[in-house]
Design a binder for this molecule. Sequence first.
Ligand code: HEC
Ligand code: HEC
Ligand code: HEC
Ligand code: HEC
Length: 343
Amino acid sequence: MNKSLRLLLCVLVPAAAALLSGCERPPIDTVQTGFRGTGMEQIYNPRTLLKQASLNQAPVAPEAASADGPKAKDIYKNVQVLGDLSVAQFSRHMASITQWVAPDAGCAYCHNVENFAEDAKYTKVVARRMIQMTQRVNQDWKPHVAETGVTCYTCHRGNNIPANVWFAPKDRKYANNSVMGDLAGQNLASKSVGLTSLPFDPFTPYLKDAAPIRVNGDSAMVLRGDGVNRSSTKQAEHTYGLMVHMSESLGVNCTYCHNTRDFQSWEQSRPQRVTAWYGIRMARDLNNDYMTPLTDTFPAHRLGPKGDVAKVNCTTCHQGAYKPLYGAAMAKDYPELQSVAKP
Ligand code: HEC
Ligand code: HEC
Ligand code: HEC
Ligand code: HEC
């Protein structure tokens, strides 16, 4: 081996090793999700799936309680949502939400245990609204959650605060470096968008506000009535930020929903894309009708850097699985969470 070749190898081998260390170790499984070709091919890492499966087990439901006997609203003083349950069913519900949301602190997380009727703790006020929010998802968002439905556990998993929530991020600038220009809410490797440099808050425009999610304009270089070209490159970057979030939160590739030969075309997309379309609208509904109105109920230390309340995105429920808890239909064991209670 001549000297310069050896020198070249000395450079190339570590460079190749460095490059490949960013790749995943084989074996990798691929599944064809639609028309043949690489445009609709899902790549799975079986080791990731194995780890995920153990994190997504639904707890075993307690036996159903008897509907007989007096109703909760006849016995208790301050029951505003679950009054039509029997006392036995009501107690089963309290035991379940304790296990799902506050297994360590127990009843005292929401109650003054000297007086269960009192609403002094903010957690109880929030929990009452959460019961209504869960009922709303199961009743009105069936195009997304189907018969699988959700319970408090879908988001909370035994935590007081769900492990995945989002806040509006604080404004960030390049430190003392005007030469770099404006960060413009992007250009930092951010976890929210899979460590890409895409805009790091795809949530405010799409999961709270209803900015159009698209890349191609419907007309060339034409400004809308408000004088802003919404189909700008920036808009496209935000769209990709959201798409990366959606893929990451479900643990799938873009091909789970799209045919990559034509991202825009609904005809060539899988039915899962329609489910996802409803998911985006559902997240907006939960954030605007349930979470944001609770802002003043929460203590200041629970709010984000801009004073907004914690909000829901795809990861809040999915946590890396294509269906939360891999589709375990735990909601059916809690009929009181299936439909919005009449006041
Ligand atoms: C995550 C919060 C939370 C936890 C934990 C919790 N509760 Fe409740 N509890 C509530 C809410 C909310 C209501 C009111 C429900 C309604 O308005 O329909 C309530 C109401 C009650 C009431 C009715 C009081 C009255 O007179 O109005 C009783 C009794 C009760 N809970 C017992 C318990 C017990 C016992 C535990 C522990 C095993 C418990 N709760 C754990 C949130 C909670
Ligand atoms: C769609 C996801 C979702 C579901 C379902 C859900 N929650 Fe929540 N919950 C949240 C989010 C987001 C927050 C805000 C996190 C925070 O407290 O900052 C929250 C906060 C709470 C808090 C306040 C915790 C604290 O310490 O600040 C309580 C109590 C609570 N939820 C109870 C419940 C109960 C009970 C149910 C079921 C009836 C439920 N949640 C269902 C998403 C959910
Ligand atoms: C879970 C399903 C799902 C996954 C995964 C997904 N998308 Fe999407 N994508 C959608 C939906 C739904 C829309 C339409 C959103 C709307 O209009 O509200 C969309 C819209 C788009 C658009 C805009 C098309 C147009 O009309 O201009 C592009 C581009 C796109 N996705 C690219 C991607 C890329 C790139 C990935 C992977 C990083 C990806 N998507 C992953 C569901 C998905
Ligand atoms: C409130 C909890 C919740 C939130 C938030 C949520 N999902 Fe889901 N999602 C579910 C449940 C439950 C199912 C299972 C429905 C079923 O069994 O068909 C599901 C199913 C799906 C499916 C169908 C998977 C398949 O293979 O059939 C897609 C795609 C999906 N969600 C995408 C999203 C996207 C994208 C977001 C964020 C914009 C989102 N979800 C937010 C609860 C949620």
